[in-house]
Design a protein around this ligand. Sequence first.
Ligand SMILES: Cc1cc2nc3c(=O)[nH]c(=O)nc-3n(C[C@H](O)[C@H](O)[C@H](O)COP(=O)(O)OP(=O)(O)OC[C@H]3O[C@@H](n4cnc5c(N)ncnc54)[C@H](O)[C@@H]3O)c2cc1C
Length: 408
Amino acid sequence: MNPSAPFDANGNILIVGGGLVGASLAIALDAAGCRVTLVEAAAPRADAQPSYDERNLALARATVNGLTAIGVWPLVAAQATPIRHIHVSRAGEFGSARLDAARHGVDALGWTLPARELGAGLLRRLDRCERLVRLAPASLIGLEKHPEGWRAQVKTGQGIQSIDAALLVGADGTESFVRAQLGIDVDTHDYQQTLFVCTVTPERDPAHRAWERFSDEGPIAMLPLAERRCGLVLTVASDQAADVTALDDAGFLALAQQRFGWRLGKLTRPGKRHPYAIRRVAARQLIASRAVLVGNAAQTVHPIGAQGFNLGLRDALTLAELVADAADPGSVALLERYAARRAPDREGTMAMSHDLVRLACMPQPLLAPFRSLALLAYDRVPPLQRALARRGMGFRGEPPRAVLERLP
Ligand SMILES: Cc1cc2nc3c(=O)[nH]c(=O)nc-3n(C[C@H](O)[C@H](O)[C@H](O)COP(=O)(O)OP(=O)(O)OC[C@H]3O[C@@H](n4cnc5c(N)ncnc54)[C@H](O)[C@@H]3O)c2cc1C
């Protein structure tokens, strides 16, 4: 479009960022019959996109319901592993909380799936979208506000293209360019932690069990994967990250074994290690005039609680639900409704992730009995168990209709 042409959005929704959340939103909106343009900086290949990497995602039950509703789950289900039991504990303290799918009347509390497999499934599903306009690789480089929407400048292989939109969606991740252009401030917290992710093969079958274990040195998680392997998530203080990176496989396994213990016997065959520096980044507002943030652009949480994509998909499906029922996708009433509906889930999940990491890893010995009692209470007191299970399965606040099924 000519940059001096009259503004003509015609109901178009522009999604900037086709990562896990932006791609899911584009699929949901396309299925609802909306006019959508998706702009993604990386080429449309699972190996080219930054977050379609080796991380193993723990997907809550609600997320799998949502992915099923938008036709993605059937494309990836064969690569997923059900989580039927979850065990949360702290090194050196008594008490643990256990969640059991059968006890809550479901076949699985969630599933694990490598991000690269989910990314490949999303790309296959995007290929089947009927109206969606996809630009990739293409980057948003500028935005101009008009009374009825936004005019975006997008850099593609063919040059700069102008796109008019009645609603601009920032799904462009933690360092969101859209968020910065909208002038939305963020609150950040540097955990001074680096997370190492890799697969390991334990001596004993994980048998669909996931573990989360906290200690003074930081949290560690073990997720069940296909073929008896596990996805290991090991956190270390950032000032030790270089030393851990330099360890050979035997040294890394020894560290993992010392931190995780011997519940699964000897840990062997570590895969390639990927380090991630961990920061919490929370936008101070979710909406602006004819604009909205979703996924990591809205909030980036500590990965140990396995909440980032689960929360982001609920952002995307709530927005898709509201837009599908509306005449104008960028109206003030719709955006305010979106922000109000997302607030309890967003704030609750962010607070839980943050407090969990901080409280569970604090070395103060005086805290130990209270932590142990809290874990025991969640383990033994039925209403607390039910609340923990419901949240763990991703049913929080007023969930989008697409994730609902049998509420536990
Ligand atoms: C180690 C690790 C483990 C994790 N484990 C879990 C888990 O178990 N469960 C869970 O739910 N979550 C987990 N997460 C979090 C999850 O990966 C993220 O929340 C999720 O990837 C966020 O998706 P997104 O689409 O919002 O952002 P991103 O995946 O970051 O995608 C943003 C996209 O925007 C594109 N982009 C950026 N700028 C522009 C621009 N100017 N123009 C065009 N495109 C642009 C980028 O190329 C990118 O593809 C984990 C995270 C990490 C780091």
